[in-house]
Design a protein. Structure first.
Length: 412
């Protein structure tokens, strides 16, 4: 005989409050019972749960699908006895597909413990025993099921977010360059700090390769902007630079071709990129330098203070002028030296906390000279430089920072 839900007095009203928590009213429960005799007494449930609870009753799955709107918080499925074996779970499975965002409760008979366990295994938040059901128990079960569903949903979203973050991190690490300097006596060091929070890759890019003739080619650049689109464009330019360099291009011819790549790949005509390229001769004593709207490198020679390489006639940034030219200037490096290439994120931070004045190239040169005097070089020099720039800025830098250091002979 069907057991109606008895009247209960002073039962707290379940509620979905702003922000997703349940406190005392305004909860919608959809009951699915396809037994015409009606195993659950809806009027008594209304009295027991309080007027703030909205009850909807569906006699079949078709009616349930019509009544299952976004304001339904929980679905109670009566797995009534007397059906063919497996029909109860097929009904529940169908409801779980219909209601992926709602909590689902399964109602079974006292002797159906295996059915109840299987219902929870395939997705129901909990199960209730028909013979033990009353208004207070149902009210509490619905409230707990809704909260459990929210917790489960949050856990799934967190897991998905972590997986996406891990995949993005692996992808970004794969896009960072691996210098190809086999056979060269030059030492290489680099530091990279994207401006975007929790990102590994920004709009700055760099690369270093050695071609079969013994020339070492180094490049550093900066796409305007800090988002993922700029990061992707930076990777494209870096890969294009490496391919063109191995194909024998350099100087104006290489930069003109890179500008064509940028013009075809950028999302708008306002996107541009600055670039600095250095081609170091096989003997390591001289280099060709090209600047496309980019800060000039810093050189520290053995026994002398670090200074900026002289370069007054560089060309514009890539993407600004359709028929621009980028002259290649020959510079003397000497026997023992360190050459530091960098993006403007290193020099656009503030000179100190609470000030608005930028560090600038002169401030950077003074900072590097202090660190060289302290005996730093290679990786430790770049680590100290980026760390001090951050400290002077009074916190994290908003712009991407890339620094590349090539050294030959004893430390400068």
């Amino acid at each position: 005989m069907p057991v109606p839900v008895p009247r209960q007095r002073n039962v707290p009203v379940a509620e979905t409050a702003p922000g997703g928590t349940i406190s005392g009213g305004d909860l919608t429960l959809l009951i699915i019972e396809d037994d015409p005799a009606g195993t659950i007494s809806v009027p008594q449930l209304l009295d027991a749960a309080g007027t703030g609870v909205r009850i909807r009753t569906a006699r079949n799955l078709t009616e349930a699908e019509r009544l299952l709107t976004d304001d339904v918080h929980c679905v109670l499925v009566d797995l009534a006895p007397g059906r063919a074996a497996g029909d109860e779970l097929s009904t529940l499975t169908h409801v779980l597909r219909l209601a992926p965002r709602q909590a689902v409760l399964a109602l079974t008979a006292s002797g159906d413990s295996e059915l109840a366990s299987e219902a929870v295994r395939i997705g129901a938040q909990d199960h209730l025993v028909r013979e033990e059901l009353d208004g207070r128990l149902l009210s509490r079960a619905v409230r707990y099921a809704v909260e459990r569903k929210r917790a489960d949903t949050a856990q799934v979203k967190l897991a998905e977010s972590r997986l996406r973050a891990q995949e993005n991190a692996r992808l970004e690490r794969g896009l960072l360059p691996t210098p190809l300097l086999e056979g060269s006596d030059l030492r290489f060091a680099a530091r990279y700090r994207p401006g975007r929070s929790r990102a590994l890759l920004g709009g700055d890019f760099y690369d270093t390769v050695r071609t079969p003739d013994g020339t070492v080619h180094a490049m550093i650049g900066d796409v305007c902007g800090h988002g993922p689109d700029e990061a992707a464009l930076g990777v494209e330019l870096r890969i294009a630079w490496r391919a063109l360099t191995f194909a024998g291009l350099c100087g104006d011819e290489l930069l003109s071709t890179l500008q064509q790549v940028l013009e075809h790949e950028r999302e708008s005509d306002e996107i541009f990129a600055t670039l600095c390229t250095v081609d170091i001769a096989p003997d390591g004593r001289r280099a060709g330098l090209c600047l496309a709207g980019h800060p000039t490198p810093l050189i520290a020679r053995h026994g002398r203070a670090a200074q900026l390489l002289p370069y007054d006639d560089g060309g514009p940034a890539l993407g600004l002028l359709p028929r621009a030219r980028w002259p290649r200037r020959q510079v003397e490096l000497g026997g023992a030296w360190s050459l530091m290439m960098y993006t403007d994120g290193l020099i656009e931070g503030r000179q100190g906390p609470g000030t608005k004045q930028r560090l600038g190239q002169d401030g950077m040169v003074a900072m590097i000279n202090r660190q060289l005097t302290a005996g730093l070089d290679g990786e430790s020099l770049l680590e100290a430089a980026v760390g001090e720039v951050r400290e002077l800025n009074g916190g994290e830098l908003t712009d991407d920072v890339a620094v590349l250091l090539l050294s030959r002979g004893t430390r400068a």
